[in-house]
Design a protein around this ligand. Sequence first.
Ligand SMILES: Cc1ncc(C[n+]2csc(CCOP(=O)(O)OP(=O)(O)O)c2C)c(N)n1
Ligand SMILES: [Mg+2]
Length: 910
Amino acid sequence: MASADVKHSSSPIPNDVDPIETNEWLESLDYVLESKGPERAKELLAALEAAAVRNGVELPFTATTPYINTIPRSDQPAYPGDRELERRIKSYVRWNAMAMVTRANRDKAKPGGHISTFASSATLYEVALNHFIRGRGEDNFSGDQVYYQGHAAPGIYSRAFLEGRLTEQNLVNFRREMGKGGGLSSYPHPWLMPGFWEFPTVSMGLAPIMAIYQARFNEYLTDRGIKDCKDKRVWAFLGDGECDEPETLGAITLAARECLDNLTFVINCNLQRLDGPVRGNGKIIQELEGTFRGAGWNVIKVVWGGDWDPLVEADHNGLLAQRMMEVVDGEYQKYVVAGGQYIREKFFGKYPELLERAKKLSDKKLEKMKRGGHDPEKVYAAYAKACERNGKPTVVIAKTIKGYGLGEAGEGRNITHNNKELNEKELHEFRTRFGIPISDERVAEAPFYRPPEDSPEMKYLRERRAALGGPVPSRHADVAPLEVPTLAEYGKTLEKLVSKGPGKEMSTTMGFVRLLTDLLRDKKIGKHIVPIVPDESRTFGMEGLFRQVGIYAHMGQLYEPVDADQIAYYKEAKDGQLLEEGITEAGSMSSFNAAGTAYSSHGVQMIPMFIYYSMFGFQRIGDLIWAAADMRAKGFLLGGTAGRTTLNGEGLQHQDGHSLVNAIAFPTVRAYDPAYSYETAVIMFHGLHKMYVENETCIYYLMLENENVVMPEIPAGPDGAPDKAVVEGIIRGMYRLKSVEANDAQQRVQLFGSGSILHGVLDAQQILAEKYAISSDVWSVTSYNELRREAQEVERWNMLNPTAPRKQSYFEQQLKDSEGPIIAASDYLRCLSEQVAPWAPAGMFCLGTDGMGRSESRENLRRHFEVDAASVVIATLYKLSQDGKLDAKVVDQAIADLGYDREKKSPLYA
Ligand SMILES: Cc1ncc(C[n+]2csc(CCOP(=O)(O)OP(=O)(O)O)c2C)c(N)n1
Ligand SMILES: [Mg+2]
């Protein structure tokens, strides 16, 4: 074979001991490839590999493939679009995106924005939007779900402007959301643009993990027969720098394990992040390829544009591929800035043979040879392959240039990320480079450009989106309310939450699980509930649910579980309802976000109930909860084993004394610390009504404790039904639970208790009456956060309506006839209860658990943190003495009588 002789003229093995033998093998491979195709070649290589391993050959491991395109030109499908029209449209999108940011930053407000991210990814988006990403147009199809790279938002606005979905005024008001005529949010924020954006993405790393769990949730909905999402594709566009975030890569194995071939990641590898190169000394594309391949994904590398094809195809000895591999990212970046002569010298010049091959290419040509991510045909081929379903998720890793087309204004330069404005000269160059029909006179103004309505570009744009089912992004939230059960219908369940005699004490966790068990059987909402646990079902006593509703597993159960003979055996099922996420609060929260936005994503109302160690919630995955708020997710977060002194043995890293304080910062989160199971039930039913009947956008956060206490019945009103004032109080944040009148009382105080600390407060109430002749009212405070929010709102109204009759908050109304100061104690930071102090009619003194936790008995912990009954008594006496109502000596005596060590270290620093 003469041609093969030429092909393999030199051996690719350095210092080859037998080049003739090597060539024979390579020729055999050529023969198989030519006559039988790549599939056959794959089979033979696999057979060779197996035989070699059997015979003890240690094969070299490689997670990566050469630094060339995964799809060779010969396998590229024909491009179905009009390349020229698409090029023009893309140029206009580029221009308007750049002009929008430039103009915004000419204003003294200088609101910022990004030009270079979209400049690098325009082709990646345009090909997707012209040919792949589907809108909501078709019957019962709610569109593909797209996570746009946050910093590329200007490009998405710009396209929406061309499509006539945004006005020129909107663009003028980019990052000026309060501007006349309506503005545009900096990044994708459904909270701020609820008809447009679906998913918040700009906190890097959250989009990829949320996309993975979204894709899995779509399968869940399909497998459970709730909504057929088989045709829906989830797209996540990411930056290469974004892959540094642990969340980005942390869940990719799940996507492969769950066979999520409805998921496509597109990673824009412009080799730069904010400060400089992503992997200056290495290769981000290779690194990511290895990671994703190792995790079981299809990897499609789009490294080189079509201009490189002839060179790559003629590279019979692999020398070009070798050189491509040798060069590191920092050097590739340099080629962008340094020009054709430099590329010839440094890239090709390393080997005379390569230099020779490059001879026929001019410097100008070398400079212009595209990277794969800027070549629509290469990108199209990659997406087409990604959309073929083969049981695996796919990542398209595309090489691009940051700031592409910006020339000296930033193309490939380290400063490019922060360049927010083009000067006049740069605007001219950009205009000319992309052929935007704007005159020399006007170009300095950076006017927006939209072709005439009847132009071929506009027609094409419309036709393409119409063919794909309408515009994206677009969010729809008009969903019918659910019919939800009420507390009154759950009398039997409420009975199960009451302790029936000695030894029948219960925790609020157990009460919640009983309630959940019954709600899952509810005809109206049972199937809508999505219980989510990060490997903690047994911790919370929820293992009974394994069999009752099954653990969701797309593949069903392929084995007989070890505990098959037991009632609560580990049952996995294709239509299982429980999401057993394993030890990943971030993954679980991502599932929560998918389920909690099913109403807007899929038009079905789902009710996520995510139960976890409260310590690992707000502080660990607070950003995902923030994203939940942004994307208007609904559902229940249940912070289990809560309370710094209530979860006693687990110690410092487990004992949560602050998640309720963290929760204050989340406007859509309504946080509660119930003491009794009936309180939990009231809040749950109320939450169901608010979120699923009134369709309010909020999240209910409930603390659940593991201390067994006597669970009383809900106080009854005159009609025997739950007392209306109590029910209202539980929801609004407080109700009077118990009053004790002391004999010959000299004083009266208001005692506030919450969660498990309420019980100690009730003990304190007795001591105060019996030993100190102090009467008191004990209030169960279920939510300081709700009380403070309402009081603040009322106060604000009063401030803005100073001449109107003053309104009273719920908190003030409750206390208006009360007597004496408030002494409050909770299992959380003191500042939790201090929130309401400004409105306390006769002053307030707060106890809490500030400081680091430790393992001990509950009793000792409560003394250590000074939230036990004795502490409440001392604090009460102290407060009264401070108010001049009691001699300080009484406090002194009480400290001694109650065995209090006044020399003990302050818990704050202990
Ligand atoms: C969690 C988080 N940390 C930091 C930032 C700030 N930040 C914004 S963009 C950026 C660099 C992005 O690089 P890359 O992902 O490569 O995107 P590119 O713009 O290059 O496409 C950084 C650090 C952020 N948005 N989110
Ligand atoms: Mg980057």
